[in-house]
Design a protein around this ligand. Structure first.
Ligand SMILES: *Cc1c(COP(=O)(O)O)cnc(C)c1O
Length: 404
């Protein structure tokens, strides 16, 4: 079991007051808070080993390079990738997806099909639309039902020999739905399509096993798993990464450069042009160590209790409706209160120290599906408590009184 007070003491920001009230941070779906070990590791890097990597023979450059590559191996083990060079450092999920869509531009032709799910974040929709514009490929949407679950019979029907790639999130940021990705991966492979999994909302809650899943690409952001902003990972199967052309040209991604012809470096460097976020990459490893120390079993247990308790308490509020009632979901509750705009609730509860997200959560098609302007979203992390849920419910009730 988690010693929740001990865990909370790891996160200095959680003991802050906001607007004179103790902070209740329920916007973990947007970004997580950072433990002291992560904050310290950033300053330690700049104080002790800061240097450019993969270039110098001098001691600091080697220390920094080693730390960066150790972090890569750590992440490789964490997601169970076969090779460290299948783990690319990126600036986040958005960057990882764009790297893949850019690479597919040279592999697709007019009439090829890309399947995207109805539950996607804009960063897993727009790059694919741009790819379609460039290549003449066609984007097709895997629909969902009223619970916010993807409809697998429809997915099966959409798959064909024309399908070249499928893209779907592991867990929806807007509704918390856990998608049946193992099934979807196997089905995509049956028709010879590649599949990308957007794991941005999954990695804070579980440890993905990319080899067991057998996905072709898996992307996530560091800042949602207690790591620094501007960090992320693109896992790609070696064969796919070798097939895709580089994303950006520059230093560090080449073997030899002349004005006549340039040859590219081996993986992973082919995709890591320029000086990367060295500190961020190293400290992402620290964040993953921290999450593993807390333990994903403990994290899941705590979050399951928060989800159950939060759902029960919120449903006590008159006129409150929850969007996203999938059988398999994580600790995200998206809701609205009859007759009140989500933004108005968000603004009032903020005055009471409660941080929730309001709006379309970068998933406008989902809001269109439910015919709503947006929702209020409370997304819980393992460092949240039942008492905080009580504070949120009281604040919402107060806002409701003031607004109706
Ligand atoms: C947050 C999120 C993204 C985008 O991540 P960035 O860190 O902003 O690049 C993409 N997909 C999902 C499901 C997300 O939750």
């Amino acid at each position: 079991m988690l010693d929740i007070n001990k865990i909370r003491a790891d996160f200095p920001i959680l003991s802050q007051k906001v607007n004179g009230k103790p902070l209740v941070y329920f916007d973990n779906g947007a970004t997580s808070q950072k433990p002291q070990v992560v904050i310290d590791a950033i300053s330690k890097y700049y104080q002790e080993i800061n240097a450019n990597i993969h270039r110098g023979v001098h001691t600091l450059s080697q220390l920094a390079t080693d730390a960066y590559e150790i972090s890569r191996s750590k992440i490789q083990k964490h997601i169970n990738a076969e090779f460290a060079h299948e783990v690319l450092f990126t600036s986040g999920t958005t960057h990882g997806i764009n790297l893949v869509t850019n690479g597919f531009a040279s592999l697709l032709k007019a009439g090829d099909e890309i399947l995207v799910s109805a539950l996607e974040h804009h960063s897993n929709i727009v790059p694919w639309q741009m790819l379609c514009e460039k290549t003449g490929a066609v984007l097709r949407v895997i629909p969902m039902n009223n619970e916010g679950e993807l409809i697998m019979e429809e997915y099966d029907k959409l798959l064909s020999g024309k399908t070249k790639i499928v893209t779907v999130n592991h867990i929806s940021n807007a509704l918390g739905t856990v998608n049946p990705i193992k099934y979807m991966i196997d089905k995509a492979h049956e028709v010879g399509a590649a599949i990308l999994i957007d794991g941005a909302q999954a990695v804070p809650h579980l440890k993905p096993d990319v080899r067991e899943l057998d996905c072709d690409f898996y992307v996530f952001s560091g800042h949602k798993i207690c790591g620094p902003t501007g960090t992320g990972i693109l896992y790609g199967k070696e064969a796919w990464l070798n097939k895709l052309p580089p994303y950006q040209g520059g230093g560090e991604m080449i073997k030899e450069v002349s004005f006549e012809k340039t040859t590219y470096a081996e993986l992973p460097h082919k995709f890591e042009a320029g000086t990367p976020n060295v500190a961020g990459g190293i400290v992402l490893g620290t964040a993953i160590d921290y999450m593993n120390e807390v333990g994903f079993d403990n994290i899941q247990q705590q979050e399951k209790e928060l989800l159950e308790y939060g759902t029960k308490r919120l449903l006590e509020i008159e006129g409150l409706k929850i969007f996203g009632t999938a059988k398999e979901k994580t600790s995200v509750i998206s809701f609205n209160i009859e007759g009140i705009h989500p933004y108005d609730i968000g603004t009032i509860v903020d005055k009471l120290g409660i941080a929730v997200r309001t709006g379309h959560h970068c998933a406008q098609p989902i809001m269109t599906f439910f015919d709503i302007p947006g929702t209020i979203r409370a997304s819980f992390a393992f460092y949240n408590t039942m008492e905080e849920i009580d504070l949120m419910v009281a604040a919402i009730k107060r806002a409701q009184m003031m607004l109706s």
